[in-house]
Design a protein around this ligand. Sequence first.
Ligand code: PAF
Length: 283
Amino acid sequence: MQLITSITEMQQLADKTRNLGYKIGVVPTMGYLHEGHLSLIRLAKQNSDFVITTIFVNPTQFAPNEDFEQYPRDLNRDLAMCQAEEVDVVFAPETSAMYNSNFLTYVNVEKITSKLEGKFRPTHFRGVTTVVAKLFNITKPHIAVFGQKDAQQALVIKKMVKDLNFDIQILIGPTVRETDGLAMSSRNVYLKNDERKNATILYQSLKFAETEILNGETDIEKIKSTMEKMILEKKIFTIDYISFNDAETLDDLSIAHPNKSILISLAVRTGTVRLIDNIMVKR
Ligand code: PAF
């Protein structure tokens, strides 16, 4: 496995790899890898010949009041995990290489970025799409793999790829969960014992909503209000949102129609930590 930090070197190796006829798969990450990332790497390996994992904590997707500085980092541990998965290249650039002091260009997907996460993190997706576009131009992949855990991000990236004609196939890997249901996230390390224990209510509330819909309940407000009660009963969470949206357009839904895929997503805060999770349901 090769560790590359230089953008030019990465682009040259990507060109060489493509010229040899290999299919490149990229898995963009911000590091501090866990089983969820490893499952995406495995999906990339199944669908390509040459896997690049990028590790870059992207400053432009964090607002000034967010956790950019505190975001967990451990490159050596990440490298060992990538090596064990037989990743071909880890691309881990310096921030100054990705964003020089003269950086002026951003990629912005409209509309679908202003709801859900976008309401609470208005500059977040502009940072994500900008860095992902840059990483695509640097690693030159045929396929790119993202996680369903960040469902809105996955939709936004697919939209960017379609609208800007990136010749890249986007694959979305399922959310990987701890045995008690908590969605894996690098940010879970921030959780104190009590917060970690109670965080299982998030997936339980999503599963409750799924069961209600599969049993024929169509009144979304009713389901939502029970979910709120379940979460708030724990007394340690505040809720940013619980939302039911059309899984493709992200239009808000108030009725669960049969045959429509519904994205049920939520974001909560406990202490200094913000957690997101989601589930996709179709009756
Ligand atoms: O999902 C993430 O870890 C990040 O948003 C991504 C896609 C690597 C862009 O920085």
